[in-house]
Design a protein. Structure first.
Length: 256
C-alpha cells in the first residue's frame, strides 16, 4: 500500500480522525490516506493484531496512528474507547464509520435469523454508537465530519441483510445530517464501487448474485484501487442529507 500521498489540506495536519474497521481492506486504506494527509488516525477494530499492524505500517510510512481494539456493537466499550482516544490523541474532528460485515448470503428462508439481524447490529447500530460518541464534543466545538460507508444499498438477491443495513445507514445519515447541521457538523454517506476483498471468493455466493452484484470483472482486492487511496478522486458520490457534494468538500477545516 502506497500511503505517501500529497496532503489534501495542510489544515488537516495534527487533527484527529477515527476509522472503524481500520485493520484491513477499505478501512486500512482510508486510515493510511488520512494519516498521509497529516491527520493523527485512531485505527479501531476488534482484531488487535490487525490494527496494530496497520498502525505500525502507517508509522513506518511517516504518518501518525494508534490502534484501539473495540467492538462497535458494544456501547460501553465504544464509550470508553472514544474517551481514551480524545484523552490520548486529542479532539476527534473526523469519524469514518467503515466497520461492516456482509451477513448471511443466500435466500432469506435459508439464512439464519440471528446472523441476519447481527448484520444490522454491526453495520447500523455500530455506526450509530460511534456517531453518538463523537457528537457531543463536535457540537461543543462546532466542528466535525462524519462519513458513513454506505456501500451498496441497492436490492440485490441473496444479500438482503447487507442491503437492508446499508439502506438504513443512508437514511440514518440523512436524518442525523439534518439534526446536526445547525451545530457545525456535516454527515455524509458514500458508496464505494467495486471493492470487496473478502466477498468475491465466498463459495456460497450463488452464481447469479456473483454476476449481478460483483460484476463480470469482480471487485478489486488491491488497496491501491480504493478511491480513498487517490485523494484527488475520493469524493465522487457523497451525500449530506439529500444534497450531493463535490469531492474535496468533506474535509476542510471549516464546519459547513
Amino acid at each position: 500500500m502506497n500511503s505517501k500521498v500529497t496532503p489534501i489540506n495542510s489544515e488537516l495536519s495534527g487533527q484527529v480522525a477515527v476509522v472503524t474497521g481500520g485493520g484491513r481492506g477499505i478501512g486500512r486504506a482510508i486510515a493510511a490516506t488520512l494519516s498521509a494527509a497529516g491527520m493523527t488516525t485512531a485505527v479501531l477494530a476488534r482484531s488487535a493484531s490487525e490494527i496494530e499492524e496497520a498502525a505500525q505500517a502507517i508509522e513506518r510510512a511517516g504518518g501518525r496512528a494508534r490502534p484501539f481494539a473495540a467492538d462497535v456493537t458494544d456501547a460501553a466499550a465504544i464509550g470508553e474507547t472514544f474517551q481514551e482516544i480524545e484523552r490520548s490523541l486529542g479532539s476527534i474532528v473526523v469519524l469514518v464509520n467503515n466497520a461492516a460485515i456482509p451477513g448471511p448470503i443466500g435466500p432469506l428462508w435459508e439464512t439464519d435469523a440471528e446472523q441476519w439481524w447481527r448484520t444490522l447490529d454491526v453495520n447500523l447500530r455500530g455506526a450509530m454508537l460511534c456517531t453518538r460518541a463523537v457528537l457531543s464534543g463536535m457540537s461543543s466545538r462546532r466542528k466535525g465530519r462524519i462519513i458513513n460507508i454506505a456501500s451498496s444499498a441497492i436490492p440485490v438477491a441473496y444479500f438482503s441483510s447487507y442491503a437492508t443495513s446499508k439502506a438504513a445507514l443512508v437514511r440514518f445519515t440523512e436524518t442525523i445530517a439534518a439534526e446536526v447541521k445547525p451545530h457545525g457538523i456535516s454527515v455524509f454517506a458514500v458508496g464505494l464501487a467495486r471493492f470487496a476483498p473478502r466477498w468475491q471468493n465466498i463459495p456460497c455466493v450463488p452464481p447469479m448474485a456473483r454476476n449481478g452484484f460483483l460484476g463480470s470483472n469482480g471487485f478489486s482486492t488491491k488497496a491501491s484501487m480504493c478511491p480513498w487511496n487517490a485523494h484527488r478522486a475520493w469524493f465522487s458520490n457523497w451525500r449530506q442529507g439529500v444534497r450531493t457534494v463535490c469531492r474535496g468538500d468533506l474535509l476542510p477545516s471549516g464546519t459547513t
